[in-house]
Design a protein around this ligand. Structure first.
Ligand code: AMP
Length: 395
């Protein structure tokens, strides 16, 4: 199937082909016709599947379709609201809206916290058709009466599971009360907990449910590997691996913000350009780190789970779990960043004796025994005793 078979307008197809895409991904094949038809959608898809274009393209089409009665004169109201969990994801989704919509007369805006609210208030005085927002800042605007959500036609909850993990459920419910009753609702989530199902049940009317194969079951393009190592030698091993294999664009996950900072400093001191991103960093520091990483001048980006959520970097070749996540699903989220859209990738985990239980939980979820390789010179002490894992907050 080709993009041109999906019923999208020529202006949108032109932008898609300029981006270099020829064939729609599985989620796009299913989501695009469904969204175009106007129905509600419950989609199981995670980062890396092409889900963003799966909702952005048909939304652009619907909002620009002259045969659908849109707002009439003057400045049109905000017609589509895309809620996302993180600032980075907001920026990336809005960039997609702009890129795919570059031949359309629609205007979009990112609304995120951590930056001055005043430029956003000014921006809201001119045309915004599509708003990409994180829930907290959106509610700040609602509180200041600087935004009108009463004409929203399409609502997207992107990475809904993450939004719930991050405690946004009450914000989301509040936002829902501000929207018109008749609207199209699209819910995207990588996982389906009971909480997601209950949110979906209250939100979606006769939804079409689509689920693309999860990366953990179909990830032939991703090679998983475990390097057993002692707890206090992980840093040296990581530096060794990066240098030995001359790895570039390595995304490294730590459990804590503190751990991320320390590791990035250690690597930088050892001649490997590295920076950490997490919730305590300013928005400009995060944006700078991400762009240096994307363009290749930054060899290693160290991130916590939440900060890394939704980072859109294509062809990311290496993801390293410096520490295994406590929640096995987070492993899937982490490696969702490698080997995306058909590229091959490698997910490497440095595992010490404290983490063996976490490893076996991950293997159970993946239904996969991850091959182990001891690196010469980093053989773990066979008599080492496990210690409890220290946590410093999830971000
Ligand atoms: P997403 O799941 O939306 O975060 O997208 C994952 C990655 O796949 C992004 O880097 C997109 O630019 C890329 N992508 C999206 N759709 C396609 C497509 N049809 N063909 C090739 N790459 C795509």
């Amino acid at each position: 199937m080709n993009f041109s078979d999906l019923g999208l307008s020529d202006a949108i197809l032109r932008a898609v082909s300029e981006r270099g895409y020829t064939d729609p991904t599985p989620i796009q094949k299913q989501a695009i016709p469904a969204v175009l038809s106007g129905i509600d959608l419950l989609a199981g898809a995670q980062t890396g599947t092409g889900k963003t274009a799966g909702f952005v393209l048909p939304i652009l089409h619907r909002l620009s379709d002259k045969t659908i009665k849109g707002p009439s004169e003057g400045r049109p109201p905000i017609r589509a609201l895309i809620l996302v969990p993180t600032r980075e994801l907001a920026a990336q989704v809005e960039e997609s809206v702009r890129e795919y919509g570059k031949y359309l007369k629609l205007a979009s805006m990112t609304m995120i916290g951590g930056v001055n609210i005043n430029p956003q208030i000014t921006r809201l005085r001119s045309r915004v058709d599509i708003l990409v927002a994180t829930p907290g800042r959106l509610l700040d605007h609602v509180g200041q009466k600087t935004i009108d959500l009463s004409r929203i036609e399409i609502l997207v909850l992107d990475e809904a599971d993450r939004m719930l993990d991050m405690g946004f459920i009450r914000d989301i419910r509040k936002i829902l009360t501000l929207l018109p009753k008749t609207r199209q609702n699209l819910l995207f989530s990588a996982t389906f907990s009971d909480e997601i199902r209950s949110l979906a049940a209250g939100l979606l009317k006769n939804p079409e449910t689509i689920e693309v194969a999860r990366r953990n079951t179909t990830a032939e393009t991703i090679t998983h590997k475990v390097h057993p190592v002692d707890r206090d030698r992980k840093r040296q091993l990581l530096a060794h691996l990066v240098k030995e294999h001359n790895w570039h664009q390595v995304l490294v996950f730590t459990r804590t913000k503190h751990g991320a900072n320390h590791l990035a400093e250690y690597l930088a001191k050892n001649g490997i350009p590295s920076l950490a991103i997490h919730g305590n960093k300013s928005q400009s520091a995060r944006t700078r780190a991400l762009s240096e990483f994307k363009e290749g001048s930054l060899q290693v980006l160290v991130a916590t789970d939440i900060a890394a959520r939704g980072i859109d970097i294509s062809e990311l070749p290496h993801v390293v779990n410096f520490e295994l996540p406590n929640v096995p699903e987070d492993y899937v989220h982490r490696i969702g960043r490698t080997g995306r859209a058909g590229q091959s990738g490698e997910a490497v985990s440095l595992v010490c004796v404290d983490e063996l239980k976490l490893l076996s939980n991950i293997e159970k979820l993946l239904k996969l025994k991850i091959p182990q390789e001891v690196i010469r010179g980093f053989e773990p002490d066979r008599n080492a005793k496990p210690e409890p894992i220290r946590m410093g907050g999830r971000r």
